[in-house]
Write a protein that binds this ligand. Structure first.
Ligand code: BEZ
Length: 212
């Protein structure tokens, strides 16, 4: 069965470049990003893994653990890691799952047979500290992901998990946000002491609440 937002992220044990992991234990209290690669020694994936490694300080700041996956064995991943360090200027600094038996790919529905019946598509799952799936994005093999966008969405997910707000189009950290329509003006007064602008009764804009 396919995974939907709000579902518990399937748990698994797997071999990775950093040894065996039990996924939920490995996540602990952190947020997680699980992302799949069609295959080792492929050009787009090489750039993606380099970009994700460069952004590790940004993921750390947000309490996010990153883990990649490809349907090749650990030895192959380790040999590929040398190419990533050589060409991307950053060594891998997070584990990559060796999913040669496709156990995890199947659990997360990462193989789309009408796209390719052997390799995974580029799936991204963001998982909350409650182990629930918060975001899923699927890209074709030919299109590399935008990790700045993944960080942007994590900022929104973390903000909206803690405040009664939603983030508008193209929002980024520090921009104004929207008070959720379910909150009455009466209740909003206590929660948003900086006030808000009412463009429509359902569209109330307020400064990001956790910023000075
Ligand atoms: C890549 O990662 O470069 C790639 C993988 C499969 C098909 C096309 C490109």
């Amino acid at each position: 069965m396919s995974i939907r937002l709000g579902d518990t992220a399937p748990d698994f044990t797997a071999e990775t470049t950093d040894g065996a992991i039990h996924f939920h234990d490995w996540l602990g209290d952190s947020w997680g990003v699980l992302f799949s690669h069609p295959k080792d020694f492929t050009p787009v994936c090489t750039t993606e893994l380099g970009a994700a490694a460069r952004l590790k300080p940004e993921f750390d700041k947000r309490n996010v653990k990153v883990i990649g996956l490809s349907v090749d064995p650990v030895d192959s991943h380790k040999a590929w890691a040398g190419d990533i360090a050589e060409t991307q200027g950053t060594a891998l600094n997070f584990p990559v799952i060796a999913d040669a038996d496709r156990k995890v790919s199947d659990l997360y529905d990462m193989i789309h047979p009408n796209a390719n019946d052997t390799f995974t598509v580029r799936s991204v799952y963001v998982i909350g500290p409650d182990k629930k799936v918060k975001l899923m994005i699927t890209y074709p093999a030919s299109t590399g992901r935008n990790f700045d966008e993944i960080l942007r969405v994590i900022d929104s997910l973390q903000l909206t998990a803690n405040y009664s707000v939603a983030t508008p189009v193209n929002w980024k950290e520090g921009d104004d946000v929207i008070i959720v329509p379910a909150l009455s003006d009466e209740d909003a007064k206590a929660k948003f002491p900086k006030g808000w602008k009412t463009l429509k009764p359902y569209l109330r804009v307020t400064p990001q609440p956790n910023k000075e």
